[in-house]
Design a protein around this ligand. Structure first.
Ligand SMILES: [Zn+2]
Length: 430
């Protein structure tokens, strides 16, 4: 018997997300979760060493630390590949403005929106940004997210953008969450350059990008490509320069209007194009040809009270590696729960529960270029595992707005347990 640091046994369904095929899940493959009934996971330190039926695993391995999943669902931790968690003030007043009839665009053009987050972030110390975001990130972890991406973009000056990326770097070291940083200096035009946008673009390209590169703070460059923010020509120019400097590209594309962002993401060779609420057929085909991963953010569409959800079914039918994320941010979507995003994806975009789970785990891992390490429960991968206190995986979208997580295991270590279920931790007598 091989002695290991941890065994998880008696999963009613172990969703491994294993597949013989390399690459993200597309088309029909998104419906296959690699389920093992009565499953178990063998873990040594941070790494998964084996998966199988509970009796097979217990015949091969032993451990002083055995978690009895006791008929619950065991699955990979959620991967949330699009978030904006570094900010100071929340903006619940804007929700009320939207309810009264103001559009997101009107709010942003009258000084609200992204710009209203800028001043506070510029004034805040690095420590303040870390302290505020740490609580938010821990809450995401407690809801089953074990890897996330986090963007800068509320500083919009070289110093404050660097400060945001530093905060993300510190949080990645400090917290149990793995956090992938993305530079988003092109999130908006700051107030002082709103009548001289070319000047800001110069600063972005000549100062910010080289400095982010020099300090090694992010391998990704993102942009808010929308006709009234960064138009197609400005986006093409900035992303082209970023690519020349060796950045990998992510994009906010076609969120509100069919600007041609999806087509540009294909042209530029972006890793992901995100939002895509207004993407055309041409855009979908272009993304397919170029292998761009679409990251859909139904929480934002919901929170803005809009009805044009991204066309997830058409994208799945076209063979795109549809991926989901929260877009957690202080303005348009204050949602930190991938479980709720899965509900919206199923109910509003007609994704099947299995497809939405694949889109929230393995495809998220591919979108962050981390699929060799995370996103599924299989040999040699990192032991990032969530135990869900539910009877079947279909229950995730069905139960609305509640945290069904029983336990979160990150790199083989229990980092969160639901207090009501402490009796589930059992120790085996040798
Ligand atoms: Zn965003």
């Amino acid at each position: 018997m091989t002695k290991l640091s941890l065994i998880i046994k008696n999963a009613k369904q172990l969703l491994t997300l294993q597949s013989d095929k390399k690459g993200p899940r597309i088309g029909e493959e998104m419906q296959h979760l690699g389920i093992i009934e009565h499953g178990a996971v063998a873990i040594d330190k941070a790494i998964i060493v084996d998966v199988g039926k509970t009796d097979e695993i217990l015949n091969k391995y032993t451990s002083e630390n055995i978690i009895d999943a006791n008929g619950k669902i065991v699955m990979p931790g959620f991967v949330d590949p699009h978030t904006h968690p570094i900010f100071v003030q929340t903006r619940e007043n804007e929700l009320e403005m939207r309810i009264k009839g103001k559009s997101y665009k009107e709010i942003s053009q009258s000084g609200g929106g992204i710009r209203s987050s800028i001043n506070a972030v510029r004034k805040a110390s690095l420590e303040e940004l870390v302290t505020l975001a740490e609580k938010r990130i821990n809450k995401m972890l407690q809801q089953g997210t074990t890897t996330m991406e986090a963007k800068s973009g509320y500083g919009l000056s070289t110093d404050s953008e660097i400060k945001m990326l530093r905060a993300i770097e510190i949080l990645n070291e400090k917290s149990d969450m793995d956090i992938v940083p993305t530079f988003l200096g092109a999130h908006e035009f700051p107030e002082e350059y709103k009548d001289n946008k070319d000047k800001y673009i110069r600063i972005l390209v000549d100062e910010m990008l080289p400095e982010v590169k020099r300090q090694g703070l992010s391998k990704y460059c993102d942009i808010f490509c929308e006709s009234y923010v960064y138009n197609i020509d400005q986006s093409r120019y900035i992303l082209g320069k970023a690519k020349e400097m060796g950045f990998r590209i992510r994009m906010h594309a076609d969120e509100l209007e069919p600007t041609g962002g999806a087509e540009l993401s294909a042209e530029i060779g972006a890793i992901t194009a995100d939002h895509l609420g207004a993407t055309s057929d041409k855009g979908i085909q272009a993304m397919k040809r170029a292998g761009v991963v679409p990251i859909l953010l139904p929480g934002t569409t919901f929170s803005l009270g809009l009805d044009h959800y991204a066309r997830a079914r058409d994208m799945i039918n076209a063979g795109l590696a549809v991926t989901l994320a929260t877009d957690y941010n202080p303005g348009s979507c204050n949602c930190d729960s991938m479980q709720f995003i899965i509900s919206l994806a199923c109910i509003q975009m007609r994704m099947l529960p299995a497809e939405a789970i694949a889109a929230s785990t393995i495809n998220g891992a591919y979108s962050l270029e981390l699929a060799d390490k995370i996103g599924s429960i299989e040999k040699t991968k990192q032991a990032d595992i969530v135990i869900m206190n539910i009877p079947s995986y279909q229950y995730i979208p069905y139960h609305l707005g509640s945290n069904c997580v029983d336990m979160v295991i990150k790199k083989g270590k229990t980092v969160f347990r639901n207090d009501n279920n402490l009796e589930l931790i059992t120790r085996v007598q040798e």
